[in-house]
Design a protein around this ligand. Structure first.
Ligand code: NAP
Ligand code: ZN
Ligand code: ZN
Length: 350
């Protein structure tokens, strides 16, 4: 199926129109006419090859949401007209230990995890293309149900920003009686604040942006700390059970590690292109842990969407046309996002 998309063709070229071919749905596939796609900072890292493994042309976008237009003969979960969503993965081996545990993002079987863009596409033999496009075709096993009470545009960023914060907060036990720090109030961070608050944790936001203090509180933070002020940061020394770091650029991890109490854990989800130095002293006293987390498995992503439906957790977004994507990337680099850009894909069809 001929499909309009937006792609980057080199690290320095702006994204622009690009035509891709989507397969006709096979028996387990769902074809989705995309309505919205959120804009993740990973899309920008990829478009600009900041992690060093981008294959061009890259069609970014892994927060996809739309309406089902066609289903394969064996599809059970979806029918034409349903709302459906696709996140960061479109396939995995499904048989390795990780897949069996519902951790498809860490698949170690043949082919490994197939990410939604820049992944090895077993159908085409080329690479996968993401959601800055009119439609996507995905196996129903990797397609998510969207609760009917959620606004479709505001739900789309749940597919990455939502699950990437929900999963580690749950895994490391954010909840009542716990003090949880969220570093950075961007797409991931604002969902981290909402989830930590919804789970009942005492939630502290660390932001570099004074303009985000009021929003931080509105979104659910009990306290907001300007991270450029070392005294304000150190008032929280050795007091956190968990800190979730969503920052996309160079910053000092040691300052945050010093805020963990005994056996506290700092979880990195942000991926700055450069390595960030860690002092051994930051960890050994008092027995702290530094960890990482990658999105979340398919079952947990569905659980997170259902949690959002039940508790009415939605993303705070700014809707853009696809033609504004390069400008949106520039604003993202200036931390000027409130709090996720979402592409209205009607602009691609126009
Ligand atoms: P984003 O919307 O651009 O937010 C990043 C935030 O980090 C900014 O809004 C800003 O918050 C803060 N920040 C930016 N530059 C900073 C600096 N130099 N020093 C300190 N703070 C800074 O990005 P996002 O979409 O949330 O993604 C964040 C990171 O997570 C990216 O690296 C992305 O690739 C990664 N990611 C990882 C996963 C995973 O599975 N692990 C999934 C998705 C994304 P303030 O204005 O509040 O300071
Ligand atoms: Zn993402
Ligand atoms: Zn596997």
């Amino acid at each position: 199926m001929n499909t309009k998309a937006f792609a980057a063709t080199s690290p320095t070229s702006p994204l622009g129109p690009f035509a891709i071919d989507r397969r006709e749905p096979t028996e387990h596939d769902v074809a989705i006419e995309l309505m919205y796609c959120g804009v993740c900072h990973s899309d920008l890292h990829f478009a600009k090859n900041e992690w060093g493994f981008t294959q061009y042309p890259v069609v970014p976008g892994h927060e996809m949401l739309g309406k089902v237009t066609k289903v394969g003969a064996k599809v059970k979960k979806f029918k034409v007209g349903d709302l459906a969503a696709v996140g960061c993965m479109v396939d995995s081996c499904r048989t390795c230990d990780c897949c069996k545990k519902g951790l498809e993002q860490f698949c170690v079987g043949p082919g490994g995890t197939v990410f939604s863009y820049n992944g090895a596409d077993k159908h085409s033999g080329g690479i996968t293309y993401g959601g800055y496009s009119e439609r996507v075709v995905c196996d129903e096993a990797f397609t998510l149900k969207v609760p009917a009470n959620l606004d479709p545009a505001r739900a789309s960023p749940l597919l990455c920003a939502g699950i990437t914060t929900y999963s580690p907060l749950k895994h490391w036990g954010a909840g009542k009686g716990k003090k949880v720090g969220i570093v950075g109030l961007g797409g991931l961070g604002h969902m981290g604040v909402k989830f930590a608050h919804a789970m009942g944790a005492h939630t502290v936001l660390f932001t570099t942006s004074e303009s985000k203090i009021a929003d931080g509180k509105r979104l659910g933070a009990d306290e907001v700390v300007i991270s450029k002020n070392p005294d304000a940061v150190q008032k929280h020394a050795a007091s956190f059970d968990m800190i979730l770091d969503t920052v996309s650029a160079d910053h000092d991890l040691n300052a945050y590690l010093s805020l963990l109490k005994l056996d506290g854990t700092m979880v990195l989800v942000g991926v700055p292109p450069n390595a960030q130095p860690v002092q051994a002293f930051s960890l050994i006293m008092p027995r702290r842990q530094l960890a990482g987390s990658l999105i979340g498995g398919i079952a947990e992503t569905q659980e997170m969407l259902d949690f959002c439906g039940k508790h009415n957790v939605q993303c705070d977004i700014e809707i853009i046309k696809v033609q504004q994507i390069n400008e949106a990337y520039e604003r993202m680099l200036k931390s000027d996002v409130k709090y996720r850009f979402v592409i209205d894909l009607a602009s691609l069809r126009a």
